[in-house]
Design a protein around this ligand. Structure first.
Ligand SMILES: O=C(O)CCC(=O)C(=O)O
Ligand SMILES: [Fe+2]
Length: 322
């Protein structure tokens, strides 16, 4: 394969501390995409990858996603697992083409379990600043459901003249850079995720208790769910922090003060600058992320200007702990 990386010599080995996430895959020759826990991406695909960090964030260049070949889509899917956040620039997608690309990567969910995005296809979640569509709290998408999305694919529709950047946190690197005793503590914990704070009022009062379909069932109430605090990635076996300030209400089986203390520690650690990539949007961008081992945050720093983003999500599985 001739996927080329701009920083080819930095590609080969992730520099992670010894622990449960020791590098699983072989060291790959420069010029191939290393897929943690898997062989390098199969051959026959050409595009450039500009890495933001050794294992987190990359821009894929030279691909028109609307006309990508099957091999390119397979390589993009593998790059998603390798880098967690994938940026494309210069695309020209409408909702239909956005959805079509998503369908080539996996099964799509409804745009959101409860939100009605109005005049858009059912698969699209529209975040419109004019309708209180902000995401200025660190979160991982839809963790308040038993099966949160595997991944999300986001494109800007209307952008403010400036501001409105989005940042992602690498929850796997965050886990790996905790000390062994703290990793040991959290490996056995379970957290409760509750969508009511964010969407309970909306579901009850603006939707009359009739949300959208999720996992084949109409969502009529948001029953809090339990997920492991440390999630094992189903494709790589690597561990990551799986709690977020947006939807995690507390840690199960510990006191309220202990829960608060542990969560505050984990959130401060998750969002350390070295775990973050930040994206400055332009029209024509498309960003795809792995929702199993990342969290994200959209800056609300553009005053009264309008910002509209359209997201689709890939169906995921129930998180599994160590
Ligand atoms: O508006 C953004 O940049 C991100 C919104 C968000 O949280 C999402 O699309 O899941
Ligand atoms: Fe989000």
């Amino acid at each position: 394969m001739s996927v080329t990386t701009r920083n080819a010599d930095t590609v080969a080995g992730p520099n992670t501390p010894a622990g449960p996430n020791t590098p699983a895959g072989p060291v790959t020759p420069a010029g191939t995409v290393p897929i943690p826990g898997r062989a390098a991406v199969s051959s026959g695909v050409e595009f450039d990858i500009d890495e933001f960090g050794p294992r987190f964030g990359a821009e894929i260049r030279g691909v028109d996603v609307a006309s990508a070949s099957d091999d390119q889509v397979r390589a993009i899917r593998a790059a998603l697992v390798a880098y967690k956040v994938i940026v494309f620039r210069g695309q020209s997608l409408d909702d239909g083409a956005h959805i079509e690309f998503g369908r080539r990567l996996g099964e799509l969910t409804y745009g959101h379990p409860v939100w009605n995005s109005g005049e858009v296809p059912a698969e699209v979640y529209s975040l419109d600043s004019a309708d209180n569509g902000f995401a200025d709290v660190w979160h991982t998408d839809v963790t308040f459901m038993e099966r949160p999305p595997l991944g999300s694919i986001l494109r800007p529709v209307i952008l403010p003249r400036n501001g409105g950047d989005t940042s992602w946190a690498d929850a796997e690197l965050a886990y790996e850079s905790l000390s062994a005793p703290v990793r040991g503590l959290i490996d056995g914990l379970t957290a409760v995720h509750d969508g009511n704070r964010e969407f309970g009022y909306y579901l009850k009062n603006r939707r009359g208790g009739r949300g959208n379909l999720w996992d084949g069932k109409e969502v009529t109430e948001l029953v809090p769910v339990r997920h492991p605090v440390v999630r094992v990635h189903p494709e790589t076996g690597r561990r990551s922090l799986f709690v977020n300030p947006g939807f995690t209400s507390h840690i199960d089986g510990v006191s309220e003060a202990e829960s608060r203390g542990i969560l505050d520690l984990l959130y401060a650690h998750l969002t350390k600058p070295e775990h973050i990539v930040r994206h400055r949007w332009r029209l024509g961008d498309l960003v795809l992320w792995d929702n199993r081992n990342t969290a994200h945050y959209a800056n609300r720093d553009y005053g009264d200007a309008r910002r509209v983003m359209h997201r689709i999500t890939l169906r995921g599985d129930a998180p599994v702990g160590p």
